[in-house]
Write a protein that binds this ligand. Sequence first.
Ligand SMILES: NC(=O)c1ccc[n+]([C@@H]2O[C@H](COP(=O)([O-])OP(=O)(O)OC[C@H]3O[C@@H](n4cnc5c(N)ncnc54)[C@H](O)[C@@H]3O)[C@@H](O)[C@H]2O)c1
Length: 238
Amino acid sequence: MTEQAVTRIQIGGSEGAEPYEVLVGRQLLGELPGLIGDRAKRVAVLHPEALAGTGDAIREDLASQGYEAIAIQLPNAEESKTVEVAAYCWKALGQTSFTRTDVIVGVGGGATTDVAGFVAATWLRGVRWIAVPTTVLGMVDAAVGGKTGINTAEGKNLVGAFHPPAGVLCDLAALDSLPVNDYISGLAEIIKAGFIADPVILDLIEEDPAAARTPEGPRTAELIERAIRVKATSCRAT
Ligand SMILES: NC(=O)c1ccc[n+]([C@@H]2O[C@H](COP(=O)([O-])OP(=O)(O)OC[C@H]3O[C@@H](n4cnc5c(N)ncnc54)[C@H](O)[C@@H]3O)[C@@H](O)[C@H]2O)c1
């Protein structure tokens, strides 16, 4: 069996913030136990309805590694970023006696990782969490940088906390099931990174725009990695 290539991008690590790595590659879920570590006894896997199969597969895998793993299913997209959904998660954590050394895993798009990070920031005043973004926007923006939060009736992201993850796993295989519109809106974020700081991104897309529009394109990993590096630099600057 050939070994899968994994790129590791370091984020943060200055001014008292713990550094963490963003891993980019295919079939990366085997990296999860290493990030969770052996101090954790329980793991809660928060996932949207659209990724019920993935969430359950991750839960089963973690259970087979000896963790007490639970899956908490959230509504899709913005429906999940509410205080009611956060309260539902707090209840599930309370019922499993989730402690300060246990770990939350958020598997999904930016909405899911925002709420998973927020639940991690607020449970016992902060527990470790790992982001497993499954959209392009989630990989290049939402899961990187530590902004977590939920919406209120008055507006988006009005309640939240800075609570960086302990690690981010960008498994490119997840993008195969992403609806094309979500793929393209994530690509817009990559193009934005190109204009801000890395014009090679723009060259790569211009070379073959059709290939850039699908996860099977030969430059997908490079485009995502370059956009993450741009975001990593902005995290260092703020
Ligand atoms: N924290 C930050 O720094 C930050 C930055 C940018 C955006 N955001 C937030 O990200 C959210 C938008 O994130 P998004 O664009 O990733 O969308 P999303 O999380 O709303 O996901 C879009 C839809 O795709 C589904 N989905 C996710 N991954 C899938 C997959 N692999 N296959 C099939 N379906 C899948 C989701 O369940 C949802 O229905 C917004 O709430 C925004 O505020 C946060």
